[in-house]
Design a protein around this ligand. Structure first.
Ligand SMILES: Nc1ncnc2c1ncn2[C@@H]1O[C@H](COP(=O)(O)OP(=O)(O)O)[C@@H](O)[C@H]1O
Ligand SMILES: [Mg+2]
Length: 241
């Protein structure tokens, strides 16, 4: 069973992307986060956005892969979107056992931390939440979890829920050191993004940058100097502004 999972993971797109333009974009993004560490000691980052479907999980998974592969940085990717967990799917892992179990029952972190097919990249899946994520994220255990991960890894990347529909990300923003905000090009409206950022209240000062996820090539390609004809996500591009 385990062997099957590993084989499947190695075949996934997330294992073979070094030559893609996206990989280059994510290396740059990684470098920006590394700079935050070098200059300010920050190592716990969350990705969020105004609403669902703007590319938070995809962006965070690519960034985690880039971090682990590019500089062999010990990286942990944590799925804190307990309402719509998807991180496990990117790495062909089961969702069972993860953040929800640690926060609900104090389950030992090591016992639920999963290996990915990528050396240096560990995954903490969401697990199945039996209580409201907002309750779970209000608990002292969230601080303990992040402290332990911070001590054990060079970089901690959290895939967070959207800000507008639920309060989960506001609670998470209390415990992280830096926030990346994803906007979907041509879809996320400026006033909606502004409203979402206002909802972060004081934690808005932790905002490190905005990632523009140009999912459908909405800009004409000649408009976009990063246009490449590539098999995966050929019209995607990411940038930290
Ligand atoms: N850059 C991209 N190019 C193409 N499809 C994308 C891109 N980013 C996200 N997607 C797709 O859009 C959908 C929503 O993305 P996801 O990362 O799950 O968003 P969120 O986490 O914000 O809800 C997924 O089906 C994902 O595969
Ligand atoms: Mg998501």
């Amino acid at each position: 069973m385990k062997k099957q999972t590993e084989r499947k993971s190695r075949r996934s797109n997330y294992g073979y992307y070094e030559e893609t333009p996206e990989a280059t974009a994510f290396k740059r993004l990684y470098n920006k986060l590394q700079k935050q560490y070098d200059e300010q000691g920050l190592r716990v980052f969350m990705t969020t956005s105004s609403n669902t479907g703007e590319g938070k999980s995809t962006t965070t998974a690519f960034l985690a892969t880039a971090s682990a592969r590019y500089r062999q940085t010990d990286t942990v990717l944590v799925d804190c979107d307990l309402r719509r967990p998807v991180v496990h799917k990117f790495y062909s892992l089961p969702n069972e056992g993860g953040v929800a179990d640690i926060l609900t029952r104090g389950v030992n972190i090591r016992s639920v931390l999963k290996s990915s097919a990528i050396p240096n990249l560990k995954i903490l899946t969401a697990g199945v939440a039996e209580r409201s994520p907002a309750d779970l994220f209000s608990s002292e255990r969230l601080y303990q979890l992040l402290d332990r991960l911070r001590a054990a890894f060079q970089i901690v990347l959290i895939d967070a829920p959207p800000i507008i529909p639920v309060s989960d990300s506001l609670l998470l923003s209390n415990v992280v050191e830096g926030i990346l905000f994803v906007c979907k090009a041509g879809v996320t409206q400026k006033r909606v993004a502004q409203h979402a950022l206002e909802l972060l209240e004081d934690n808005r000062k932790k905002l490190l940058g905005v990632i523009i996820n140009n999912m459908k090539g909405l800009l004409p390609y000649y408009y976009d100097y990063r246009y490449y004809d590539y098999k995966y996500y050929s019209h995607a591009n990411y940038e930290l502004e």
